[in-house]
Design a protein around this ligand. Structure first.
Ligand code: ADP
Ligand code: 5GP
Length: 195
């Protein structure tokens, strides 16, 4: 069986992981596409749950073997990518796939799957608010936050390439909007082929 695909992309700190977790709790038959990364796990992160944590050499080997649907060196020396085997694993289980990937990865997945995929861009209310959220999340050093903010400023320009933009200012409202667009897409009511 071939399921559908929901892509949630945003600059780091905009709230995509929060939205993805919420959508997974709804009754949409969604399963999270576990990405691979060469970054180190944060406290509490588990191999095979948040990510497949690979060494850089293992990651490079998989690139050479053409095992990725898309991959990127998101930060200097740190690789992230979606394994082709993830989509297969989830479809074989009879589920729809949900991706939490950065904006370039998200647009690449959308290009590949076209109408089978819904590409959602989560927009923060402002860059300053993004900084606040990353500081409050306390998962990155101040230096890493600076790198993420510099990247975010470029990423915001990608919003128009996505099927839907959700501004995540008031979280409960953003969650309801996300539920609505996903429900509409899964029931086949959305027109979405901008990319
Ligand atoms: P991302 O996955 O895009 O990096 P997260 O979902 O981890 O972002 O959210 C970044 C931080 O901001 C988290 O600590 C999260 O709890 C918080 N957050 C998410 N949405 C909002 C919101 N609307 N208002 C305030 N804080 C938020
Ligand atoms: P983090 O290290 O905060 O978990 O993620 C850093 C960035 O990498 C985020 O913007 C996240 O969306 C992105 N990312 C996570 N998985 C993938 C992936 O499979 N492909 C791409 N291109 N980016 C990813």
């Amino acid at each position: 069986m071939k399921g559908k695909l929901i892509i949630i992309s945003a600059p780091s700190g905009a709230g995509k992981t929060t939205i993805v977790k919420h959508l997974l709790q709804q009754n949409f038959g969604l399963e999270f596409s576990v990405s691979a990364t060469s970054r180190k796990p944060r406290p509490g992160e588990v191999h095979g749950k948040e990510y497949y944590f690979l060494s850089e050499s293992n990651f490079r080997k998989k690139i050479e073997n053409n095992e990725f649907l898309e991959w990127e060196e998101v930060y200097n020396g740190i690789f992230y990518g979606t394994l082709k085997s993830e989509v297969e694993r989830i479809w074989v289980a009879g589920k729809n796939v949900i991706f939490d990937v950065d904006v370039v990865g998200g647009s690449n997945i959308k290009k590949f799957y076209g109408n089978e995929a819904l590409a959602v861009f989560v927009q923060p209310p402002s860059v300053d608010e993004l900084k606040n959220r990353l500081r409050n999340r306390s998962t990155e050093s101040e230096e890493k936050i600076k790198i993420r903010i510099a990247k975010a400023e470029k990423e915001l320009e990608f919003a128009k390439k996505f099927d839907v933009i959700i501004v995540n200012d008031d979280l409960p409202k953003a969650l309801i909007e996300a539920e609505k667009v996903v429900a509409g897409f899964l029931s086949g009511k959305n027109e979405n082929d901008k990319i």
